[in-house]
Design a protein. Structure first.
Length: 393
């Protein structure tokens, strides 16, 4: 394939503080567009600053994964959660300094980052000014806790972002917000690895179930999902689906509230709490389900749920609430079944509808899969992304 000079000459590094190449939602996000860049002949290397607990599933400290180079700055990929603050700090500082070696060695001419704090922002700002290369940040949410901050804290949060030459953002809401800081913005919608389900096939299960994936940050409305499930059971008391919950349940802020609700409504035998599951085992659980559920009331982060992309790619029908910008991308009864946030009776009715109309549900699920391949596929945005990076120089 003949490459344009702007593509073949582009050499990017991405600063990351998380598990890679196998990891979490953040890992999936960056892999999606890094992989798309690599397909275009762009050199791209992910520089992981320090080991993390989630990175335990990664055994190699360096390598190439689907065309994307990666390097852990330390000689280990993961650290015990009980490591001291001093140890963690040493790893981090070492990672910052060690990353300079690879930025110079690999002749990087654009520095991307998914990690942002004042120390690293200042450090890499000085590095990129010295090398005369752009410094860009991928933002998938507001600065953490921004709308609960004091006036002074908000000013500090905005100041930290002035070190960047521009932003890549996941939603239009975030585009509006970050344009107040820098006008150089690229909107890359929630992007997902289209090979996520490669090699997985649907298996028969002993009893049909609804699957719901949730995060410990409590943005996913798990309590509402459980209440909606109870309402669904009331609508269809016989032959109801089980509910399978996947996530860090023991550390969930609503755990006690959900436990009490399940006990009061005698749901313990109908709900299976799988807890934390390896990210590589999640696809099999999802494609074996008859329905996938997510019921957030809002996306206070301003972002867009990576989970929805994973759901849509599975080929399993979805019941969801229209929180955030969801209904700007999908259509009720065409791609998924949508309810208004908080309308749990309607959520229950939508679940029952899928149970009673399985053929229609499969058609809807196929539409969703086709939609995610078109709208949430980084390959479809990569030329514009390359242009954005080049014009930021």
């Amino acid at each position: 394939m003949h490459l344009k000079n702007s593509e073949s000459d582009l050499r990017c590094a991405l600063i990351f503080l998380g598990p890679f190449p196998i990891g979490n939602a953040s890992s999936i996000r960056i892999m999606s567009y890094c992989k798309a860049l690599a397909k275009k002949g762009v050199f791209i290397k992910v520089l992981i600053l320090a080991p993390t607990r989630e990175a335990k599933v990664n055994k190699e400290v360096s390598g190439i994964h689907e065309g994307v180079h990666y390097q852990y700055m330390t000689k280990v990929t993961w650290k015990n959660a009980n490591a001291s603050v001093f140890t963690k700090g040493c790893y981090y500082l070492f990672g910052l300094l060690k990353s300079l070696k690879y930025i110079r060695k690999d002749k990087i001419n654009c520095l991307l980052s998914y990690h942002s704090n004042l120390l690293s922002n200042m450090f890499y700002w000085m590095v990129t000014r010295t090398l005369s290369i752009p410094f860009l940040l991928d933002k998938t949410e507001y600065p953490y806790g921004y709308y609960k901050m004091s006036v002074l804290s908000k000013k500090i949060a905005r100041f930290k972002l002035l070190f960047y030459d521009g932003f890549i953002v996941i939603s239009k809401e975030l585009e509006t917000f970050y344009k107040r800081i820098k006008t150089n913005i690229f909107h890359l919608p929630m992007s997902f690895d289209m090979d996520r389900y490669k090699g997985y096939k649907r298996n028969k299960v002993a009893s049909p179930y609804i699957a719901v994936v949730f995060g410990v940050h409590n943005r996913d409305g798990l309590y509402e999902s459980v209440v909606a499930y109870k309402k669904y059971c009331d609508l269809s008391p016989e032959n109801t689906y089980r509910l399978v919950m996947i996530g860090n349940y023991n550390n969930l802020t609503d755990k006690n509230k959900i436990d009490r609700y399940m006990q009061d409504n005698h749901l313990q035998d109908k709900i299976e709490i799988k807890g934390l599951v390896s990210i590589n085992k999640v696809p099999q659980i999802l494609i074996n389900a008859d329905c996938l559920l997510t019921t957030p009331n809002e996306y206070a982060s301003g972002g867009f749920p990576t989970k929805l992309g994973e759901y849509m790619l599975s080929g399993v029908p979805i019941v969801a609430t229209s929180a955030g910008e969801v209904d700007k991308y999908v259509t009720h009864m065409k791609d998924i079944l949508i309810s208004q946030p908080g309308d749990l009776d309607n959520v229950a009715s939508n679940i029952l509808y899928l149970q009673q109309n399985k053929t229609i549900g499969l058609l809807i699920a196929e539409n969703a899969r086709n939609k995610v391949k078109k709208v949430f596929n980084a390959d479809n945005y990569v030329d514009e992304l390359i242009y954005f990076i080049n014009k930021s120089k």
